[in-house]
Ligand binder design. Structure first.
Ligand SMILES: [Zn+2]
Length: 94
């Protein structure tokens, strides 16, 4: 009985995030919140691309304005879809 319980707990965890990196070094993964595959960026890349400061970026991730995807290893990756919408460098360039 005890064994069965333990198995249930361990299999429930991280299966959702699969990261694929192409030859140009761009990474793609499944954003749970978008429910599709998106390009994901490291914090550094996201700051460079958006012009949003790291501290601001983290705040927006917590507010769910920008999707943050936490990997198994504890890194945060940024969903580029939401980053583009919230980009600070240029407002409303459609
Ligand atoms: Zn997303």
């Amino acid at each position: 009985m005890d064994n069965a319980k333990r198995i249930l707990i361990t299999t429930e965890s991280f299966e959702t995030f699969v990261l694929r990196v192409n030859r140009r070094g761009r990474a793609f993964g499944h954003c749970i919140q978008c429910d599709r595959e998106v390009e994901v960026l490291s914090i550094d890349q996201a700051v460079t691309m958006s012009g949003i400061r790291t501290s601001d970026l983290m705040r927006r991730i917590e507010a769910k304005e920008i999707h943050g995807v936490e990997t198994e290893s504890g890194h945060i990756l940024i969903c580029s879809e939401t980053l583009a919408e919230n980009g600070g460098r240029k407002g409303g360039g459609k």
